[in-house]
Design a protein around this ligand. Sequence first.
Ligand SMILES: C[S@@+](CC[C@H](N)C(=O)[O-])C[C@H]1O[C@@H](n2cnc3c(N)ncnc32)[C@H](O)[C@@H]1O
Length: 503
Amino acid sequence: MAEASGILQTAFIPTLSQNPYPNLNQYYSPLIFKRNKTTFHNVRCSLSTTETATKTTPDNSIPWGCDIDSLENASALQEWLSESGLPPQKMGIQRVDVGERGLVALKNIRKGEKLLFVPPSLFITADSEWSCGEAGKVLKRYNVPDWPLLATYLISEASLMNASRWNNYISALPRQPYSLLYWTRSELDKYLEASQIRERAIERINDVTGTYNDLRLRIFSKYPDLFPEEVFNMETFKWSFGILFSRLVRLPAMDGKVALVPWADMLNHSCEVETFLDYDKSSQGVVFTTDRAYEPGEQVFISYGRKSNGELLLSYGFVPREGTNPRDSVELSLSLRKSDKCYKEKLEALKYGLSASQCYPLQVTGWPLELMAYAYLAVSPPSMNRQFEEMANAASNKITSKKDIRYPEIEEDAMQFILDACESSISKYSKFLQASGSMDLDVTNPKILNRKVFLKQLAVDLCTSEQRILFRAQYILRRRLRDIRSGELRALRIFDGFRKLFK
Ligand SMILES: C[S@@+](CC[C@H](N)C(=O)[O-])C[C@H]1O[C@@H](n2cnc3c(N)ncnc32)[C@H](O)[C@@H]1O
């Protein structure tokens, strides 16, 4: 567990954990980026730019960065990094089969070798110097936390193009990162209807929208010269948060500092490796230690953390190949029955952080004790009301109480309750997977069709992997129920035998 949390903390971190901004519960609506040649740069810091961010871009996209699979700016990035202190590397950026672009071994790399050595002068952190110092000062004055601060910083530097020291880095970032932030509400509803990831994506989109709206109301609107809407708008924030979700690293050896680490963020994820990025005090740079050997031409991977396929889709926009993710899990939703005579009492018992409907992760290898405790609570009869609190506490992962509770008298009902939830979820997945074959057949515009085919494939891959875990749980639950029932039958038969004997 300690190991797992270590990895979770150090991989690229998709969480708005430091975002204290309220979820304004607003539905995301993409704003069209207004390209205005004059206001775009010069207004803000009187920085004269030799290039302006006004090139023509595809609809709704921002005018910096490059296509996600483009190597167009990669050599300029490499050159700039070496001039700026990146030591010679054993890897180079190339087009790859997994992850579009990635770092590929140029020489033999041994298992246990330290690679990268990106110096702190190349990190982007909340302490980085702003090209537009005034804008940075304003955000600091308002105590804007790291995530929104970095999102704003990235936009500010990006809009300055070659007047920013990060120009080469930003030019090599994807113009539209693969992210669920770019899915519309109707796409989420259509393709992810069966998966709980849909809810998480909606929450995340609302968080990003809320954060932007809050910054706009509290700060940007008061300093329109520093933060013109042509530059700092919902579209550019969607981009910068998409970049942060898929590339920001937490560095435990630097007290958990979060940073964008150019070059290191060209590494793709593999579920088959355990190694992750961290700051190395002895070499004073970000490194990772290989946990396997690589030959020249092979893509080198790190782990983004022990994440489920759904979490990988949510933050990084990809789903690993079926059956390759040993950490995969699916969220199973359990609910108290409204018709339960003790519904109110049970709800009252759940007051510490749980609700009448609760999600728990199922893995191929099993499920958490908390899930079983919730099931006990949901099926327990009024006569067990004294145990409601114990069950509710055991169902919560926030309260440190005894988790491994057992109530043999309601074990069968609890198992059946979980099985029913699994089967109802399985049928939602089956419905989507069956319907997916004939979805979008009426679309003729090739660009729209491409997008739909791409999103649908991601959803099909995710739903297939999630359904597979549910099938496994269904199998285990059915077998346990059969054992319980056949055990009961045997006990009844023995009892019957004794009765006959005494007759
Ligand atoms: C930290 S960046 C890695 C570099 C990225 N490939 C690039 O060209 O900029 C994370 C992004 O890489 C891609 N990626 C990483 N690992 C992947 C994998 N195993 N399969 C597919 N895409 C992957 C996803 O688009 C993800 O959002």
